[in-house]
Design a protein around this ligand. Sequence first.
Ligand SMILES: Cc1cc2nc3c(=O)[nH]c(=O)nc-3n(C[C@H](O)[C@H](O)[C@H](O)COP(=O)(O)OP(=O)(O)OC[C@H]3O[C@@H](n4cnc5c(N)ncnc54)[C@H](O)[C@@H]3O)c2cc1C
Length: 363
Amino acid sequence: MNRTDAIVIGAGVVGLAIARELAASGKSVVILERETRFGSGTSSRSSEVIHAGIHYAHGSHRERLCIAGKQMLYDWCAAHGVPHRRLGKLTFAANAGERARLEAIAEHAFASGADPDSRWLEADEARELEPALSAHAALFSPSSGIIDSHTFMLSLLGDAEDRGAVLARNALAERIEWHCGEWRVTSGETTLAAQIVINAAGHGSWDVARSTEPLDPARIPPRFLAKGSYFTYSGRVPFAHLIYPLPSHGGLGTHLTLDMTGAARFGPDFEWVETIDYAVNPEAKARFLEAARQFWPDVDANRLAPGYSGVRPKLVGPGQPDADWLIEGPDTHGFAGLVNLFGIDSPGLTASLAIGEYVAGLL
Ligand SMILES: Cc1cc2nc3c(=O)[nH]c(=O)nc-3n(C[C@H](O)[C@H](O)[C@H](O)COP(=O)(O)OP(=O)(O)OC[C@H]3O[C@@H](n4cnc5c(N)ncnc54)[C@H](O)[C@@H]3O)c2cc1C
């Protein structure tokens, strides 16, 4: 049987960041990815926004790892030539009725210390930054940005491979067993042994945990799915910053983001679903148009077209307050060398490098 120090299940941005961190600490690492290509799950279906970390519950993994991860990410991008831009973001109140909520968000943001240069803008100040923006007031977060997430993942994999890590593609982790003082992970005809197993399988984390012997099934949280669709906008938009409405339940609201080419997209919206289906419903266009018109009355309906979608793995369902990520290591479940990650939705891309460091520290 082949042996390695660590097996990472899942080659999304989180698994790749953990694998790279473990490889950097001198461990031999094998990454198992069930698809042909790395990063083809949720990690290729995001807004590609580098979040400031201003919106998350104080003390949560999301807040802590986002704030730390943001700085690590900017540093990584600079050192590895990953395309990114620190655009800044405006979260706006559309009318006087939304002002109190924006004030509460601003207070929370200032208290978080996530973005020390963030500031409150009245309507005329917001218009100085974004002349086409129709808003009652806005919160400006200058440390928010955008990133080419695929190049970022490629750089993580390249760095891990340079340190000896190996990516096995088309390698579905089917069974994980604790046997004679080591973990044995089976994929098809192959079994690999290691002292460390990291379950970073995104939507697949629940199946991986269920097939981990002797993990108590009662430890495995419920899984909910929340789809987020995007509509693209052909042609230029008159905005230079990321534009966000007030956050809505479970997400940050249907916002405007720009990619590294300057192309604009609106989304993601938020829809509870039972199964993963990435098709975008063209009939949602009216809703997207309404969301865009809230802050950009001149948006041209003819330029909006269905884009792509992603599905957020969630730990709580409809009507429940949003939950933090669940990252369980030996101290929680009692099994040496095992870490399970559940519900790593946004800002998992921003936080990925800090998640890698945190997970390595749990071992
Ligand atoms: C609509 C949307 C927008 C988002 N926008 C942002 C954003 O702007 N900024 C931000 O910071 N975050 C954002 N996020 C969050 C971010 O995209 C995720 O947190 C991150 O991509 C999760 O990465 P992951 O590696 O955990 O999961 P994934 O990318 O899903 O990777 C898991 C991998 O595991 C593999 N796998 C599954 N089961 C197995 C198995 N049994 N064996 C082997 N391999 C397996 C899968 O094929 C997959 O490649 C967004 C998320 C969504 C859904």
